[in-house]
Write a protein that binds this ligand. Sequence first.
Ligand code: DGJ
Length: 467
Amino acid sequence: MIYLGNARDRCTRTRSRRIWAAMLVGCATLPFAGSAQRLPSTPLTPVQPGSQWRDNRGRLIEAHGGGMTLYRGTYYWFGEDRSPDNRPGMRYVACYASKDLVHWTFCGQVLKLADPEHLGPHWVLERPKVFVDAHTGRFVMYAHIDDAHYKYARVMVAVSHRIAGPYCYVKSFRPFGQESRDIGQFVDDDGAAYLIFESRPTKGFFIAKLIDNDLNVEKTAFLLAPLEGGSLVRYQGLYYVVGSHMTGWKPNPNVYAVAPSLAGPWTHFKDIAPPQVDTYGSQSTMLFKVVGSRKTAVIFMGDIWKPKALWDSRYLWMPLVVGKGHLRLPSPQPWTIDVKTGVTTLMDRVSARTAAAPCRAGQGCLQGIAVGGVPQEADRDENGWALECRLWSGRVFGHADDSISAMRYCVAGCRRASPRAHGGRTWMQCENSAASAPLSRFRAARTEVPHQNTLSARTGNQGALRP
Ligand code: DGJ
């Protein structure tokens, strides 16, 4: 049963529709304020996993548990909008548009939903994904909706005639009568669209083809593996599925399996990264394929959740090393993508000239190593990078397993600054005053510089610290 009449009422009630629609059409058709047209020689802007990502307005991007939809040459990123100033009883899905996957223009809160099914004050709307229905030309949003105790366990469907919304609530249901929590999105090379959903009682997750103008699903495959955050990609003739174990908001080692067809046979699940790094603090939400003129990149889209401040949860996107039945998530580090060619480049390989900027006059300069990529409640710089590192015998050792990149910190008011180890932390000591402070307390302007020495506490590789 489809309640379109009711849905229309709900959509019109929340906001003056005409004004909103005009605004959103603008987002879909105007050039992006946030994405300057790139000249051929202009260096690509790097993606910075784990740092604060901002949109064209300078605001934090609120698209958690998100999905990506490529439509007419533009990438649309939908996700949970957890902004602290949202109305408490409402749930919001935000949409951002980009031509390059780096500069994002805010398209609005494309779904603003009051509790649709008497789910109670702390009801849940998570992991929205938007599909393009080729038959009707409509856009269909799926999301997981639930009560505060995650017992309702259903998918929600909302539709719009424009990709950038507004979306109108249609219905909720349990696919095949099964409990459904985390959902994922997959569009195969032949255009067939699939919903992935985790089903706890069956101890696994389903891959379900969208039917009936994308408003319903039919069973396609079931994987007996109790995983959530399910995501799927087809690459060079093989299907790769990635999922996370069920540890609430806490990260865990995400795993993958491979099959020649969705029906299987699927391999055993293996870790996508060294298990001790817990997916570098993130959880999978989507595997997104960028098919370029030279290469096809597969991007791991993950969330670094901050359960006490969900609005400030971060994004860990990295190009995967994938092929011939293997898949690996590299340690997070800045990287670039050229969406036209599909070429991705890790910052390690980016030339010093494009990455390193000199400190301004009157600033001290420290080049060191930032460790982790997993924002801990430890020293962090203004972008949330973990900076907990130790100075030992003139060298920096990380407490985490992988280095991110070498960095230069320019410290205002400090003619020259050098690192000092104290109490197991690295401090910056100004040489022209007695002042010192933990690295994170300095108002440090950070620029990455490429580093030759990767750092790993486990392997004992060292990164030199050069004041
Ligand atoms: C893990 C899921 O992947 C998230 O989307 C969210 O539902 C949390 N659990 C809640 O604990």
